[in-house]
Design a protein around this ligand. Structure first.
Ligand SMILES: [Zn+2]
Ligand SMILES: [Zn+2]
Length: 196
């Protein structure tokens, strides 16, 4: 196996263990350095090698930088375990990144950030005075969790990047014209900051 494939495989394992597509290089290295050292015991510059592979993975759009402090988001089509179960019935490989992200957000609801977002932000759509909410069979409100800055554009899979929207406004946030999308993003960022 090449260094690049090995590093990518270890990133997926790391994200699976934390249950998040966002990871910090520091934590990743702390957990995996020994693994990489035993992968190529003759290599004396393992850390530099890993940083170089991360660069290659960025060039391939499999991961992206969130900020300048060593935080990354996994962007590849490889799903985390929690995502696999719930998306088994749809073929995500044919979708463009934006559509794929919408489908994953809509079908995968068990991740801890998503639960926290609903606890914190409630189950009403955050869009301007929206009352477009219906109840499920069990009486709980139907709401969708949305990444304000999309993961496929480098947004973080963390609580401060999450919002809650009704199905209609969630689609708008992903598929409206760019001007509308940017307006929704700005509005949600402000709205969520006030509530947190
Ligand atoms: Zn979304
Ligand atoms: Zn709404």
């Amino acid at each position: 196996m090449t260094w690049k494939d090995f590093v990518y495989q270890q990133i997926i394992q790391h994200c699976n263990s934390t249950g998040s597509r966002t990871f910090s290089l520091q934590e990743f290295l702390k957990e995996k350095l020994a693994t990489f050292q035993s992968f190529r015991p003759d290599n004396k510059h393992v850390e530099a090698k890993i940083r170089q592979q991360l660069q290659f993975l960025r060039d391939d759009n499999l991961i992206s930088f969130i900020d300048n402090t060593g935080n990354y988001t996994l962007r590849g089509i490889d799903l985390l375990d929690v995502e696999k179960e719930e998306t088994a019935s749809i073929d995500l490989t044919k979708e463009v990144p934006e559509k794929r992200e919408y489908l994953i957000e809509t079908y995968v609801r068990k991740v801890k950030w998503a639960k926290q977002a609903i606890d914190l932000l409630g189950s009403n759509c955050l869009f301007h005075n929206c009352n477009n909410i219906f109840l499920r069979e069990d009486g709980t409100p139907y709401i969708e969790v949305h990444h304000i800055i999309l993961l496929c554009r480098g947004g973080e899979d963390r609580i401060w990047n999450l919002s809650v929207l009704c199905a209609h406004h969630h689609r708008m946030a992903h598929f409206a014209d760019v001007k509308t999308q940017i307006a929704i993003e700005k509005f949600l960022l402000k709205e969520v900051t006030v509530r947190m």
